[in-house]
Design a protein around this ligand. Structure first.
Ligand SMILES: CC(C)(COP(=O)(O)OP(=O)(O)OC[C@H]1O[C@@H](n2cnc3c(N)ncnc32)[C@H](O)[C@@H]1OP(=O)(O)O)[C@@H](O)C(=O)NCCC(=O)NCCS
Length: 229
């Protein structure tokens, strides 16, 4: 007898808790990237993209000082577990072969951390528990502009979508973006997501009302998507 086909329309079956520190979780390797938990020691690499106006343009983040940027990365690196609504975890996108950004105080910090070895973090991917009861997860992403347009966001996001559907058994994954964010919308579509809604004037950022686009994909759609080259 063959194994039962997974039910796509049955009740929610999110496989939580998911803990980044669980020894069974191993970094995810793709053709060009390693996706592993974001660490406080990544703050310098993250600062390289977090500080750029073109990155902040469609993200409601304040302009942070280096110290604030470091505190922000430390905070996100401390989020290690998905279990309840609004829990989030962050994956660093290490580009294999690209050296990390270094400066004296970071070199000092690296000596303190055995896990600081590795390649440059050129972006990060968030996975957030939206409504656990209903099997809903949210995904989000940022890539350093120097490394955009090479399919790296797609590669990293695709790996985390696989984690969301294949390992965590999400029923649906969605992304929320500034409706003007053409790059993020294109990435959603490249991943097989559909624009489900445009929420008018949902946020007030930088002195203006901002529309939010919602993209989503269901588990059965993800399973049936055409192979991506
Ligand atoms: C959104 C973002 C992660 C995309 O990164 P990227 O590395 O350029 O994406 P990829 O190279 O993997 O491209 C994915 C798809 O988007 C398309 N794309 C990328 N930038 C685009 C743009 N400016 N306009 C239209 N399409 C674009 C690519 O052509 C590709 O589609 P294809 O494979 O069919 O050609 C990046 O632009 C970014 O970090 N922006 C700043 C932060 C941000 O706004 N994050 C999103 C918050 S919701």
């Amino acid at each position: 007898m063959t194994a039962a086909t997974p039910s796509f329309d049955g009740p929610p079956q999110l496989a939580l808790p998911f803990d980044l520190d669980d020894p069974r979780f191993e970094p995810i390797e793709t053709a060009r990237l390693v996706l592993r938990p974001l660490e406080a020691s990544d703050a310098r690499d993250v600062w390289e993209y977090q500080r750029l106006p073109e990155v902040l343009r469609y993200i409601p983040w304040p302009e942070r000082s280096p110290a604030e940027g470091r505190a922000h990365t430390e905070k996100r690196a401390g989020l290690r577990r998905l279990e309840s609504d609004e829990d989030a975890v962050f994956f660093a996108m290490e580009l294999v072969g690209e050296p990390r950004v270094r400066e004296p105080r970071i070199v000092e910090m690296e000596h303190e951390r055995a896990d600081a070895a590795g390649w440059r973090v050129i972006g990060d991917v968030m996975l957030r528990a939206d409504r656990v009861e209903h099997g809903q997860l949210e995904i989000g992403w940022v890539v350093h502009p120097d490394f955009q347009g090479r399919g790296l966001a797609r590669e990293g996001a695709d790996a985390i979508m696989r984690l969301a559907f294949d390992t965590l058994r999400a029923h649906r994954v969605h992304a929320l973006l500034d409706a003007r964010n053409a790059a993020s919308a294109a990435l959603c579509e490249r991943l097989g997501m559909r624009r489900e809604a445009t929420i008018l004037e949902e946020e007030y950022n930088d002195g203006e009302w901002q529309d939010t686009a919602m993209y989503g994909i269901l588990r059965r759609e993800w399973a049936g998507r055409p192979a991506v080259e």
